[in-house]
Design a protein around this ligand. Structure first.
Ligand SMILES: [Zn+2]
Length: 422
């Protein structure tokens, strides 16, 4: 086995990430503890891009394999009697389609002077969308700058408030992992939906915004997001982390969702700068994490913290760092279960509900654990669509339906939190 893995390292290293031509995403099914052990070693030693984590016999794991390594990896899995299927046959094909759609959408938006919610947008376009939204709903929405990124981009939060000083508040962020584009796009749609609901005096405006403020951060990792949009080669559409320099000059970036001061450096995050879940040198070493944490602590009156990710269709609550139940586990589970029913009622999309630890995998330094440990009771992490047909490359024509069903769950949680003050 060791020999095979050494070959992978070589093959992956020589594969230049110019294009993803012929790269496949394999869905691997572990059926025993031995299989899990083999896969863990493969992840650790191969440098392959694992799209999902948490090796178990319950859930498959998805991994992108460069074209040059396909034969070796498939052979290795067969040798170890580990079954797999091809989830995406050619990653570059999906990327080309996505890029072409974005180009034609940009042209359409320019010609019609409109904003298309069923399209992916770059950071500048999202930021100008925010300005337009604020300008047309200035009685409700303001833009708050909470700091700047490592590469000196502004970090903005939209504040929805009907007035009053330091009201109890709800936090929602998206895009802390750059490549999870449907989370940013859903947050854009949701920002517009909150504004529309308020304007039309629908239930949320009446019930929630009369008692609470909502803070929505559409792009929690602006540097990573910009990097994932670069159109010059090499492409980095599948970038996950921040863009800060690390101790390894070849491997920049920290997994911001492993950098929070919540059992930082425990199991469930890597100390290797080249790993996708690299936790960083110390808790809150990343300016983006510091900005978010400082803002939430200085506000001091957040009652709910929610974060949008993709993909896998999961609605989760603390803890991620331990398998022990959080003190509020029964309550959190009930709220998540009801929110899931609300989500499912729209398109019938099936989510799984549970703690992060028991649903995906052990994860230390995660934002929801940090928020929960700082007294915010209603903490939830969403993994949006899909369950693996497209993974991170979800077609843009699924954005609005994804956002709408997510909205039903968010709305249920916000309503519940506003009805249950603590
Ligand atoms: Zn994520």
């Amino acid at each position: 086995m060791r020999l095979c893995i050494a070959v992978f390292v070589l093959l992956v290293a020589v594969h230049c990430e110019e294009l993803f031509n012929g790269d496949q995403v394999l869905r691997i099914h572990a059926e025993s503890k031995d299989h899990i052990q083999v896969l863990k070693e493969l992840e650790k030693d191969s440098g392959l891009d694992f799209w999902t984590h948490g090796f178990s016999t319950e859930r498959p794991v998805d991994v992108r394999v460069p074209h040059a390594s396909l034969y070796a990896v498939k052979d290795f899995l067969k040798e170890n009697n580990i079954s797999f299927s091809v989830m995406i046959n050619n990653v570059q094909e999906l990327l080309d389609r996505e890029r072409a759609e974005m180009v034609s959408n940009t042209e359409m938006e320019r010609n019609t002077k409109s904003f298309n919610f069923a399209a992916y947008h770059d950071l500048d376009t999202i930021y100008s969308f925010m300005d337009t939204l604020v300008a047309s709903h200035s009685n409700l929405i303001s833009k708050v700058k909470i700091g700047s990124t490592y590469e000196n981009r502004p970090m903005y939060v939209l504040k929805f408030s009907t007035g009053g000083e330091n009201k109890p508040a709800i936090w929602i962020d998206a895009g802390i992992h750059a490549r999870e584009w449907v989370s940013h796009a859903s947050a854009v749609w949701i920002a517009d939906r909150i504004a529309t609901d308020f304007k039309e005096n629908r239930a949320l405006a009446r019930n929630v915004l009369s008692k609470m403020d909502i803070y929505l951060m559409i792009v929690a990792n602006p540097d990573g997001y910009v990097f994932s949009h670069l159109t010059v080669r090499p492409f980095h559409r599948l970038w996950r982390k921040s863009r800060s320099v690390t101790s390894n000059p070849n491997c920049p970036g920290v997994d911001l969702n492993r950098n929070f001061d919540a059992e930082f450096s425990g199991p469930g995050a890597s100390d290797d700068p080249c790993a996708e879940d690299y936790r960083g040198p110390s808790a809150h070493s990343e300016i983006e994490v510091t900005n978010i944490a400082d803002f939430i602590l200085s506000h001091g009156n957040f009652k709910s913290f929610m974060t949008l990710h993709a993909y896998s269709q999961l609605l989760m609550y603390p803890y991620g760092y331990t398998g022990s139940n959080a003190p509020d586990q029964p309550d959190l589970h009930d709220v998540a279960t009801q929110a899931n029913k609300a989500l499912n009622s729209w398109h019938g999309t099936i989510y799984k509900v549970g703690s992060i630890f028991h649903t995906i995998e052990q994860a230390s330094g995660a934002s929801v654990d940090w928020a929960y440990q700082h007294g915010i009771k209603y903490c939830f992490a969403f993994e949006l669509r899909d369950t693996g047909e497209y993974g991170f490359l979800l077609p843009a024509d699924q954005i609005v339906s994804t956002a709408r069903e997510t909205w039903f769950a968010l709305r249920y949680i916000m309503q519940y939190v506003s009805d249950h003050p603590y």
